[in-house]
Design a protein around this ligand. Structure first.
Ligand code: FNR
Length: 349
């Protein structure tokens, strides 16, 4: 259940709404990401005499209020007349980082003028020169990092498109350019992924030269971790991209323990996909994530109730995370013990 679902559908229409909530059609009707979180239970501790909860942490080299990141989504202006601006204002007020898709219509400089903890997300596809110039653009605008999406950057399969909706066409129809393209619509995707770890290191070098943190998004196999780290990634986002390209890709909760074990101590690991409540953030944390990313709930809140909706959802998420941490018997999320997570079927982890 997403916040303001009915309001969002009424505001943006059935087709765009189906694109928002949609998953690829090669799996069942259930959201496997949300279902994967339900495979785990939290085990509270009592009588701990906790006098306060502090969720503040450091991520991407900046201080943030809680280990929660607002994730990327394409075509912001289709969902709200002001595009990403209301989300940026809420993230600023709540001190949460915001990832901006290169397929965003709102100019990056407008977003960074509103918020100082912004990362630009790029597809690891097309000419590397293009990515490097977008890194420069992000640095000039005052972003703090780059998110490179390495999973499914190419060859979208028409029949699997979420909700059958062509967001690129919708943007072209309106004549809207995006951050990553100087022509209306998003950058056209190549037929095959043409990037290797060498290309990632080139982008990482450009990012490092401008003081930007590099996140690699869409890694699910522990065998890929070393190559990403060697290429210069400081953070790995464990993500199946919301099951939008295939609904058979491993959900973050099931991938996290292996990814955390494969990653170096200094590499941050993020969980993406299916995170809705404070309890999901704690489950992700106990499975090995440093922080959790939320996208669809923010988008339905934006489409259905604008800035007030985004504020209400995100502040509610932080409130529930605070309460859940307290009920776990901890003053800080870092203080949770591994034995405070159990499998829902009672078998040991
Ligand atoms: C996305 N997502 C996405 N990811 C990305 O790296 N670049 C993009 O442009 C987009 N665009 C996009 C559009 C829409 C409408 C949605 C719903 C999602 C994927 C998103 O960042 C995230 O990985 C998934 O949605 C999973 O998280 P949630 O939605 O379960 O919190």
């Amino acid at each position: 259940m997403l916040p303001y679902q009915a309001e969002a559908e009424a505001a943006i229409g059935k087709d765009l709404y189906r694109y928002l909530v949609g998953r690829a059609v090669d799996g069942g009707a259930e959201d496997a990401n949300e279902a994967a979180f339900r495979r785990f239970c939290l085990v509270p501790r009592v009588l701990s005499d906790i006098r306060g909860v502090d969720l503040a942490t450091t991520l991407f080299g900046v201080e943030i209020a809680a280990p929660v990141v607002v994730g990327a989504f394409a075509g912001d202006r289709l969902f709200h007349a002001e595009g990403l601006a209301p989300v940026a204002r809420v993230c600023k007020r709540l001190r949460l980082p915001l990832v901006v898709s290169e397929e965003t219509v709102t100019p990056l400089a407008r977003i960074t003028a509103l918020h100082d903890r912004v990362l630009l997300q790029l597809r690891a596809a097309g000419p590397v020169e293009r990515a490097r110039s977008l890194v420069e653009h992000a640095a000039d605008a005052g972003a703090v990092g780059i998110v490179l999406t390495v999973l499914a950057p190419a060859h979208p399969i028409e029949g699997l498109r979420p909700g059958g909706f062509d967001v690129g066409q919708a943007l072209r129809d309106r004549g809207w350019t995006t951050i990553g393209s100087d022509r209306p619509g998003p950058m056209p995707l190549p037929a095959f992924p043409n990037w290797t770890a060498r290309d990632i290191s080139e982008v990482a070098d450009s990012a490092k030269a401008r003081g930007l943190h590099l996140v690699v998004k869409g890694v699910l196999h522990p065998g890929d971790v070393a190559a990403c780290e060697q290429a210069g990634a400081g953070t790995l986002m464990v993500s199946n991209i919301g099951l939008r390209q295939s609904s058979r890709w491993l959900p973050a909760p099931l991938a996290l323990p292996g990814m955390r074990a494969a990653a170096s101590k200094g590499t941050a690991v993020l969980a993406d996909g299916g995170i809705r409540h404070g309890s999901d953030v704690l489950i992700a944390r106990l499975l090995g994530a440093d922080a959790a990313v939320v996208s669809r709930p923010v988008l339905t809140a934006l489409a259905g109730a604008g800035e007030k909706g985004v504020e209400s959802y995100l502040s509610g998420l932080i409130d529930s995370l605070t309460a859940m941490t307290l009920w776990m018997g901890a003053g800080r999320i870092e203080d949770l013990r591994p034995d405070q997570l159990a499998r829902a079927d009672g078998t040991p982890l």
